[in-house]
Write a protein that binds this ligand. Structure first.
Ligand code: PLP
Length: 356
């Protein structure tokens, strides 16, 4: 049965966008393929506020996370973790034999500029990974303040996991000085899963060229150079279906206006936060609460699994807590094309089921 998804990815995709996935195929070495891919890049650069090259990858976001870490770490990576997705980045380092240290915050706490400063002051690291928006805890890290610290260490590559925030809140890549900013299609961009996107700076490319074994499929230099040589074409056959949908969806986003889109996300976030404070408790402090999903403390000791079962009968789905936070928290996503009215509706239905 179809359920309206309020989970933090994959998100519901409107029919007109889904239909674009059914566009007839073209050759991936044709001029039309170049035009399509260039068009996506140009629109993505506007969304990310960057002059850096955009790379697309036929994979989920994790592919480019692994690619960034592997391609650009020369000496040692400092992986800042505020939950499951920072932990994953660290696991990728270990699995690839990349020297790395994980610097964790308590669950529900952010990565602070001070933590970044302390780590970088040791001089041990030449790459930093930051989770912009941690989808397990609902924390949005203070990326502007962290970026100020990063600017004091211009030789360090700054990788940002913006998988669950790009398209839902402003990320000014060039102003922040982010070298590699990574996103997936199935979160705030409002598309089916299967394509990942990143921006890459010249500094990151120069760093990568000093790394001997970058792998191949996720070698960011390989992808970059193919784009340069073959006018926005890719080394292997990309998911053209996703690209048609993404190009179309970016037009829709431009039509809505990026600012309006970000404001809509914030408005929904505020509604859920206020509700969470009234009926339950927030996991994150207001200052660090995510604009794209809210992690709510299960302060009433309800069965989240049962709640979701009941919601399912009515055609809705929310998310249980992630990993260690299962049943201790639950998550409501307010991303992509979700409207304020839909958010009010899901909260009303939850109240009705729980009789609160
Ligand atoms: C979903 C998510 C990922 C993983 O992305 P995939 O596209 O599933 O590989 C990484 N980081 C964050 C913050 C996420 O929310």
């Amino acid at each position: 049965m179809y359920k309206r998804l309020f989970i933090p990815g994959p998100v519901d995709v409107p029919k007109d966008v889904l239909d674009k996935m059914a566009t007839p195929m073209i050759g991936h070495r044709t001029k039309d393929a170049s035009i399509l891919q260039r068009s996506i890049s140009e629109k993505m650069m506007k969304l990310m506020k960057t002059k850096n090259q955009i790379l697309l990858s036929t994979s989920s976001g994790s592919g480019l996370m692994e690619g960034a870490l592997r391609s650009c770490t020369r000496k040692r990576a400092a992986v800042f973790a505020v939950g499951a997705f920072g932990d994953r980045w660290y696991k990728m380092a270990v699995a690839n034999g990349i020297p790395a240290d994980k610097i964790s915050s308590d669950l529900g706490e952010p990565t602070t500029p001070k933590m970044v400063e302390e780590a970088l002051a040791t001089g041990k690291y030449d790459l930093v990974t930051i989770t912009h928006n941690e989808t397990s805890t609902g924390i949005m890290n203070p990326v502007k303040e962290i970026a100020e610290v990063m600017k004091k260490y211009p030789d360090v590559i700054f990788c940002l996991d913006a998988v669950s925030s790009l398209g839902g809140t402003e990320i000014n890549v060039d102003e922040l000085g982010v070298d590699i900013c990574i996103a997936s299609t199935q979160k705030c961009l409002g598309l089916p899963p299967g394509l990942a996107i990143c921006s890459i700076s010249q500094k990151a490319l120069d760093a990568a060229k000093q790394v001997e074994n970058r792998g191949l499929y996720f070698d960011l230099v390989e992808i970059y150079e193919c784009i340069q040589k073959k006018d926005h074409q890719y080394p292997s056959t990309p998911s053209l279906s996703h690209m048609y949908a993404l190009d179309y969806q970016l037009d829709k986003m431009i039509e809505e206006g990026f600012e309006n889109r970000f404001n809509r996300h914030l408005e929904m976030a505020k509604i859920v936060r206020d509700w969470a404070k009234e009926k339950f408790e927030m996991l994150a402090e207001d200052k660090y609460a995510s604009n794209t999903l809210t992690t709510i403390k299960n302060s009433r000791g309800i069965s989240v699994a049962d709640l979701n079962k009941e919601l399912g009968k009515k055609g809705y789905a929310i998310s249980n807590g992630y990993g260690k936070l299962k049943e201790k928290t639950f998550r409501i996503a307010h991303m992509a094309e979700t409207t304020v009215e839909e958010i009010k509706e899901i909260l009303r239905v939850i109240e009705e089921i729980l009789d609160i």
